[in-house]
Ligand binder design. Structure first.
Ligand SMILES: C[S@@+](CC[C@H](N)C(=O)[O-])C[C@H]1O[C@@H](n2cnc3c(N)ncnc32)[C@H](O)[C@@H]1O
Ligand code: SF4
Length: 357
């Protein structure tokens, strides 16, 4: 069975004998929906079928290297190692309401190379396979089972640019929303992108209820290009055109992520530019406090007063605004920061010895 997350592959491999189909369903429910370990879930199926599953499915392409639990709030950071030794992160966020979210990675490193982002400064950009992306959900649910919880919302806001890995992203969303596998509704998923217009439209067309967040950070082309090198090839006018083309309903607004950087993105004139950019767009603005990273000493986060003033201007213009408060400040600052140097080193070794890749 080449891909366990491909539902049709199960039918082709095992046929449609009703007893087998029934026990396989039970197995998948235990493993993917209820967070049982692969081995425990296997005990549900007939020994002959279990032997096939065991030999053909690689249940965990990622090794859990470390788990860090915040002492401040309900965040848990999971550090995973890939078979090449590169590291990725996922974060479990437990909200006070009892709802649990999982922030997952789609790449190791990122070609967008944003100046403020540890992942963008790793000096590599590699796609995670669909199985590696899904394994983050599988392993998080296994840990959460001990607490009687299950991941409720999944956000593609960890390392990497999901829309630079579109084929795998689409396979992952298909598996996550399949009633036979994970059974999440599209509304429970959020894809965050730096802004890849054609892929935003393709995603919207194929999965019209998946939530979309655009990391805008500035409504001034020059400032944006300075922060996000990739933005040199995607102008703000192209982004605006794309936002206007998305099939947004009243229930589904695009989330605009906006990083608050002192004297770069947080002035009154920046708020006015943003309000102009968002005209006629059904948007919710999320202001993000900056977590400082290694190698970006020229960037400073905004003061709280500047953030509040910015939020107020947007609210007056009629936009819903939230200020993201950072969970797990004690277990890692910015996403990718804990492993920035380690991955840089391993990537260097892999480049020097391509036979190992
Ligand atoms: C790591 S990115 C991954 C998703 C996608 N590549 C994107 O940029 O939207 C998720 C969010 O984290 C934000 N981010 C990256 N580095 C940050 C930092 N040092 N402080 C605060 N937010 C940061 C990004 O701007 C983005 O909105
Ligand atoms: S913020 Fe997003 S797009 Fe920019 S480098 Fe980081 S992961 Fe890539």
């Amino acid at each position: 069975m080449p891909h366990w997350y491909d539902v049709t592959a199960w039918n082709e491999r095992f046929g449609n004998d009703s007893q087998t189909v029934h026990s396989l369903r039970k197995f998948r429910t235990r493993w993917l929906k209820q967070g049982w370990s692969f081995a425990d879930a296997l005990s549900e199926v007939a020994p002959s079928v279990a032997a096939v599953l065991q030999s053909e499915i690689e249940p965990h392409p990622l090794a859990l290297a470390e788990r860090l639990d915040s002492q401040l709030d309900g965040a848990t950071k999971l550090l995973f190692r890939t078979d090449q030794g590169l590291m990725i992160e996922s974060v479990i966020l437990r909200a006070g309401t009892g709802r649990t979210s999982l922030c997952i990675s789609s790449q190791i490193g990122c070609a967008a190379a944003c100046r403020f982002c540890a992942t963008g400064q790793m000096g590599i950009a590699r796609n995670l396979s669909a199985a590696q992306i899904l394994d983050q959900v599988v392993q998080a649910n296994q840990l959460l089972r001990e607490e009687d919880r299950r991941v409720r919302n999944i956000v593609f806001m960890g390392m990497g640019e999901p829309l630079h890995n579109p084929a795998n992203l689409h396979e992952v969303i298909t598996a996550l929303t399949s009633p036979l596998l994970f059974d999440y509704s599209q509304q429970r998923l959020l894809v965050s992108t730096v802004g890849i217009p054609d892929e935003m439209l393709r995603l919207d067309e194929r999965f019209p209820s998946v939530n979309l967040a655009l990391s805008l950070h500035s409504a001034n082309d020059l400032v944006r290009q300075d922060l996000i090198p990739l933005a040199k090839s995607v102008s703000l006018s192209r982004l605006k055109e794309t936002l206007l083309q998305l099939q947004l309903s009243d229930r589904r607004q695009v989330m605009i992520e906006y990083l608050m950087l002192e004297d770069r993105t947080d002035r009154v004139e920046d708020a006015e530019k943003l309000i102009g950019f968002l005209k006629n767009i059904h948007a919710h603005v999320n202001l993000i406090p900056y977590n400082s990273i290694d190698g970006a000493d020229h960037l400073r986060g905004s003061t709280q007063a500047a953030r509040d003033r910015f939020a107020e201007l947007l609210k007056q213009a009629g936009f819903p605004v939230t200020i993201r408060y950072s969970l797990g400040a004690d277990i890692a600052a910015a996403c990718g920061q804990l492993i920035q140097r380690e991955n840089r080193e391993i990537a260097k070794q892999l480049r020097a010895n391509p036979a190992a890749t």
